[in-house]
Design a protein around this ligand. Sequence first.
Ligand SMILES: NC(=O)c1ccc[n+]([C@@H]2O[C@H](COP(=O)([O-])OP(=O)(O)OC[C@H]3O[C@@H](n4cnc5c(N)ncnc54)[C@H](OP(=O)(O)O)[C@@H]3O)[C@@H](O)[C@H]2O)c1
Length: 337
Amino acid sequence: MDTYTIAVVGASGLVGRKMLQVLEERDFPVKDLRLLTSARSAGIELTFRGKSYRTEEVSARAFADVDIALFSAGSDASRQWAPVAVNAGAVVIDNSSAYRMTDGVPLIVPEVNSGDLPDAGPRIIANPNCSTIQMVVALKPLHDRYGLHRVVVTTYQSVSGAGKRGVDQLQAELDGGVAENPAFPHPIVENAIPHIAAFNESGFTVEEEKMINETRKILGDAQLNVSPTCVRIPVRSSHSEALHIEMRSSFELEDVRSMLSAFPGITVIDNPARMEYPLARNAAEKDDVFVGRLRRDPSVEHGLIMWVVSDSLRKGAATNAVQIAELWLSLLPSTGK
Ligand SMILES: NC(=O)c1ccc[n+]([C@@H]2O[C@H](COP(=O)([O-])OP(=O)(O)OC[C@H]3O[C@@H](n4cnc5c(N)ncnc54)[C@H](OP(=O)(O)O)[C@@H]3O)[C@@H](O)[C@H]2O)c1
């Protein structure tokens, strides 16, 4: 089997470390690894398949002979270094928001829109926002079968979505202290903060606007109405979302349940009588998108409500990025790389 040289930019971060774990779990064909960070974490040791690798500060030289560069170091680093990696011959799979809405850059959730990556041509492929990924996985079968008119979504997002600083803030507060370098504008323990990323003039936050724009791009539906409120809660990992969906045509609840159950990457847990529904705690360290609390919304025509939970570091970031890399590799023979 062909094997590949992989760079992980942001290897010391929560997503970067999870990428290493996922590459190992999925037995990705890795020949060599370059673990790249800022100067702050250069020189630390990380383990992959039992072997120790030393991180190095990102540089142009570090991308020599790299086949696939997985970026998770924030938008500024992606804007600075993704073109350098591409010029060196790598394909970039970027977890940041830097290129997600750029024309010609595919924004991919493999179960949903693998067809938007028709060949191995594009050299930058964007990985969507974590809240968007789990929502579009749950929406896709409904979009295809019934059409979607409007989605009202409220998120309950874990602190790991804000990286190391988010987890450190939660832990410092749980330990009775105050974070030195807080990630959130308010204490997170005993709180629900309706503010993720900066506010725009529209009154929506950047996180909420990502959910609107990225969902439209991934589902290929520029008319879709998406109305989000994004909230940070004191949960370590896994984002939960309440989706209120207005479909374009009538549906049977049992058909919806069967379609969701049959869709790749979805597990339906929906037995309220036994108190069984998706929970953030149970989704942690799993790759699936969990869907439950399925019910009709009688307040609107063709209305459906559901609860969607997924591990934001896995399907919301690392797993989806590695799945994109696998998809890209599967397309290689047709282009003769
Ligand atoms: N957390 C999530 O659930 C999630 C989900 C989807 C997407 N993302 C995206 O993934 C990216 C990383 O998130 P994270 O949660 O892993 O954050 P994190 O835990 O704070 O880690 C950030 C990583 O980026 C590196 N980095 C920062 N600035 C850099 C620079 N100028 N050059 C090179 N490396 C730099 C850091 O290196 P040092 O250790 O040297 O500082 C660290 O390895 C962000 O773009 C985020 O939006 C995160």
